[in-house]
Design a protein around this ligand. Structure first.
Ligand SMILES: N[C@@H](CCC(=O)N[C@@H](CS)C(=O)NCC(=O)O)C(=O)O
Length: 211
């Protein structure tokens, strides 16, 4: 039994799309941020950090978006969304998953919550300016490595593309929208037209344009 604790458009959207791609049954549990439910005692028992998402699989809670993605893609290998452990492309896959988590997703925390990154009450704008530049540079590096390939991995679509899609979506709020950088917009379009992705977007009540 799998439960995904989510909020529309949050980091949970990546594991939500992935679960639908994998074709496994799961329950969606809304963490209602409008009433600060991520800091309720019940939720903190699942994730002491009070962050979304949490995946609960047979009673065991898994936190951290990248960990949930890596775990799910390996747990359901028939979908082919992760190169097999030990295969040559596995290293590339880890690289992309780690880079998206440690660089893009972590930097977006500063973009969306700039006040957490300064003790200056008037410092949020300066944090956003600096991190916005860092994010654009990070997207440019990824676009350079992607080149004209359709997906991050040469062998085809993987969980990393779904994760990158969510970052491109968040990147629509940057001074240079991420979709405008190299082939990132084309990759995003390829992801969001897949039936699994469309179902997740519809269920979360998100409206086009998605990126
Ligand atoms: N490192 C965590 C970060 C998750 C995170 O920052 N989630 C945001 C939503 S996208 C959140 O829970 N925000 C509510 C809050 O910080 O109170 C992960 O990857 O799961």
């Amino acid at each position: 039994m799998i439960e995904l604790h989510y909020y529309p458009g949050n980091a949970s959207l990546f594991p939500h799309m992935l679960l639908r791609e994998l074709g496994v049954p799961f329950d969606l549990r809304l963490v209602d941020r409008r009433v600060d439910a991520q800091n309720s005692a019940a939720y903190l028992a699942l994730n002491p950090a009070g962050k979304i998402p949490v995946l609960v699989h047979d009673g065991r809670a898994i936190t951290e978006t990248v960990a949930i993605g890596l775990y799910l893609a390996d747990a359901y290998p028939a979908a082919g969304l992760a190169p097999p452990p030990g295969s040559p492309e596995r290293g590339d896959y880890y690289k992309w998953m780690a880079q998206i988590a440690n660089t893009l997703q972590a930097e977006f925390r500063a973009w969306f919550y700039p006040h957490e990154f300064t003790t200056d009450p008037d410092g949020a704008e300066a944090v956003k300016t600096a991190v916005g530049r860092r994010l654009t540079a990070a997207f440019e590096r990824i676009a350079d490595q992607l080149g004209e390939r359709p997906w991050l991995l040469e062998s085809g679509v993987s969980a990393a593309d779904l994760y990158l899609w969510l970052m491109i979506r968040w990147g629509r709020t940057l001074p240079t929208p991420a979709r405008e950088i190299g082939a990132l917009g084309a990759l995003a379009e390829r992801v969001q037209t897949r039936p699994a992705a469309r179902a997740a977007l519809e269920i979360e009540g998100l409206e086009a344009p998605f990126v």
